[in-house]
Write a protein that binds this ligand. Structure first.
Ligand code: DX5
Ligand code: ZN
Length: 231
């Protein structure tokens, strides 16, 4: 099921501003090409994950800086309480963690009702089977390829099996959710994730941790063959 703002045609690179220099946010955000890339915003609440990042104010600022599709990853407890506020700030898609939802259908329904696209994220230890009954209602399934909470961690190779399984489930269910990988993504790990069936590639450190982020993003796009046409 798809609804809400139009995404791009996969494969899609999604630079994560978690690793950006927030003192230079306009220049950092400007490397994303709205015709080819999403901008990924990591919301961490110091409860669901140990780290604490930013909220709707910064998402609103990013929205004013770029027309790019805003992919908001909610690593928070009680995500349902924040849906409308992030939507008003400019979130085009909100991805909630299955592990943070007391009532997943209600939370996913609330995101849908806000007008945003609906994503569901799985921590590395959460099997795909736990999400099986929600897959038909999703626009995006996020397979975490590190333990959520911090940028710059090492890609977990064994998550490629979960990506393959997510791809197989999509075909079996005739669903059309995009499969996103997030954590330790660089050109080499992106390429292996692409081969396993991923569509969207979130990258923080490998883009903004480089001396020339625009070039690093270009290398990621090239590795995945991001074409950038509308879906
Ligand atoms: C981690 C976040 C990621 C993070 C990825 O919990 O969800 O989006 O920005 O960072 P890298 O690409 O540095 O692993
Ligand atoms: Zn993320």
């Amino acid at each position: 099921m798809t609804a809400g703002p139009h995404p791009l045609r996969p494969p899609i690179a999604a630079p994560s501003i978690l690793s950006a220099d927030f003192a230079r946010l306009p220049e950092e955000v400007a490397i994303a090409d709205p015709a080819r890339d999403w901008v990924h915003c990591d919301i961490m609440d110091h409860h669901f994950v140990p780290n604490l990042t930013f909220g709707p104010m910064i998402v609103g600022a990013v929205h004013r800086l770029t027309p790019a599709f805003l992919d908001v990853h909610l690593m928070v407890e009680h995500p349902e309480r924040l849906v409308e506020e992030f939507r008003r700030a400019g979130a085009d898609q909100m991805t909630v963690h299955l592990e943070a939802c007391a009532d997943p259908p209600a939370v996913l329904g609330r995101v849908r009702a806000s007008g945003a696209r609906v994503g569901l994220a799985l921590k590395p230890g959460t099997p795909l089977a736990a999400a099986e009954r929600f897959l038909g209602d999703l626009d995006l399934l996020l397979v975490m390829t590190v333990e959520p909470g911090f940028g710059g961690q090492r890609f977990m190779e064994d998550m490629l099996d979960k990506v393959r399984a997510a791809r197989a489930s999509r075909e079996r269910l005739r669903a059309d959710y995009l499969i996103e990988v997030d954590g330790g993504i660089a050109p080499d790990t992106a390429r292996r994730s692409l081969e396993a069936g991923a569509d969207v590639f979130v990258a923080g450190h490998s883009v903004f941790g480089e001396p020339h982020p625009a070039e690093a993003l270009a290398a990621l796009r090239e590795a995945i063959g991001a074409a950038g046409a509308r879906r």
